[in-house]
Design a binder for this molecule. Structure first.
Ligand code: ZN
Length: 479
């Protein structure tokens, strides 16, 4: 039975992963949700942003058109980034190297390096946004050495929402937080990711970008969502063929509705149809700008450029809404100006109970395996201590041992037990004691009958079974 469950889970994961590449952005739905919670306040803050943008555009209109708009105080808007990998050992558990390559890819999109195939009609609008640069943080919020990447094992990585941000979040005024997951829901729909806009009343501790890991490393999803995070809208926003639906004058209007196409379908490969023109409300009547990173077109020519006005709007947003990020003191505090130095690894691990569950509570005589998932630096050895377990210590110092689960650790007696993990790398050691991490119940547990009603299916799936039931208690154990 366990094998059947596992195979079915793997199949579902595989199917979902195979479709993930086509998933679209959920930012519009996410912000509709925020707007619905407090429409007046949302509208007031949105209007304030748009009025400020209109003034900024008017003041700088000549510089924008001639592509000489410059950042004023410092040479660059450097954005300190932290990537929180929220994983359960699946494809979402992207490597440090993949993340570093993706940051480079995002910067390439912003530099305009991907815009070689833009049609002549739009070439004069390609923006060089190299003044905006994403950099992985080198200091964490406490000033410790960091790779700018954290790793957290969690089952919430499937159909992730803002809830997952409660598990880990660095000060969003100082870091652009990315949460990388297996799959993402926005207002109940499966999406590739979504971003929080720079204006609005949503809490600071959810500000950032959540996205599907396999999609993040494969395409422009990170660049697109960061565009939202800087305040850009989709060119098709607003009413049908609204000439100014995205409040950007140099993107031609395009037509796309969620109701007809649903959030998870794009427009297909339109690059082989270069005259595609869904709107004629503009004068002169230009074809759709399928090259724009903020639209949903597919194909080899698509999603490769920002326009001059989009660049200016991002500058406006950075100056007025996100200025603390790139302020000189924050660049020092987040270490993004420093040379890269090796960091001491941070202990981290996942557990498996009887090969089927990640529950930290079980009955006596069951066995756990532990797998270290330490991050933030090279690990050359790991030393475990399992209070109350047999065996009660284990050490690994080879690559294969470090990347494999520990032997089965069996707990014979009821109680709460610490797990201690010490990891060592070239730049030092760090150990962590996880207090009372494992709870062992008597081999048959008596639980209040009502306590687990809502989650009973989960308990069954994780190997629990009824011993007995009476009006006030359920007698359970885990096999
Ligand atoms: Zn979007």
């Amino acid at each position: 039975m366990k094998n059947i469950i596992f195979t079915l889970s793997a199949l579902i994961l595989f199917c979902f992963g195979a479709n993930a590449q086509n998933l679209k952005c959920g930012t519009t739905q996410y912000n509709q949700l925020l707007r619905d919670q407090n429409p007046d306040l949302y509208l007031q803050q949105r209007n304030q942003f748009e009025q400020g943008w209109a003034q900024y555009r008017e003041i700088h209109k000549d510089e924008i058109k001639t592509n000489i708009l410059k950042k004023s105080a410092q040479p660059k808007y450097i954005i300190p980034v932290v990537i929180h990998v929220m994983h359960n050992y699946g494809s979402e558990n992207i490597s440090d190297a993949q993340i570093q390559a993706t940051i480079t890819l995002m910067n390439d999109f912003y530099k305009g390096n991907k815009a070689k195939n833009v049609r002549p009609v739009f070439q004069h609008l390609i923006a060089d946004c190299s003044e905006i640069e994403f950099r992985l943080a080198k200091k964490d919020p406490e000033g410790n050495c960091t790779t700018g990447i954290t790793r957290t094992q969690t089952e919430q990585t499937v159909n992730a929402t803002n809830e997952i941000k409660k598990l880990i979040c660095w000060d969003t005024k100082r870091y652009l937080n990315f949460w990388v997951t297996e799959s993402v829901l926005s207002n109940g729909k499966a999406v590739g990711g979504y971003a929080q806009l720079p204006f609005g009343f949503s809490p600071a501790n959810t500000d950032g970008i959540i996205l599907v890991g396999s999609q993040f490393i494969a395409d422009n999803t990170g660049a697109h969502e960061a565009g939202h995070w800087f305040g850009l809208s989709h060119p098709f926003e607003g009413d049908s063929c609204d000439i100014n639906g995205d409040n950007i004058f140099d993107t031609p209007p395009t037509y796309f509705t969620y109701s007809k196409n649903q959030v998870n379908s794009g427009r297909g490969d339109s690059c082989s149809h270069p005259l595609t023109n869904t709107c004629s409300t503009d004068n002169p009547d230009l074809p759709d700008m399928m090259e724009n990173i903020m639209d949903y077109f597919g194909g080899s020519c698509s999603s490769v450029m920002f326009t001059l006005e989009q660049r200016a709007r991002m500058f406006y947003s950075l100056e007025n809404y996100r200025s603390q990020l790139w302020a000189a003191d924050n660049l020092v505090n987040t270490g993004v100006l420093d040379a890269t130095t090796p960091c001491t690894p941070i202990p981290s691990f996942g557990i498996t109970l009887n090969n089927v569950s990640t529950s930290t509570t079980t009955c006596a005589n069951n066995s756990y395996t532990f797998r270290q998932t330490s991050y933030n630096g090279t690990v050359t050895s790991a030393e475990w201590t399992f209070d109350g377990g047999t065996p009660n210590t284990y050490s690994a110092a080879t690559s294969s041992a470090l990347n494999s689960p520990t032997p089965a650790i069996t707990y014979a007696n009821p109680g709460s037990y610490d797990v201690k993990l010490k990891v060592t790398g070239p730049s030092g050691s760090r150990d962590t004691v996880y207090k009372n991490y494992i709870t062992i119940l008597p081999s048959t547990a008596t639980l209040p009958k009502n306590a687990y009603n809502a989650n009973w299916d989960n308990y069954q799936a994780n190997g629990w079974y009824f011993e007995n039931e009476n009006p006030t208690t359920k007698i359970l154990c885990q096999i």
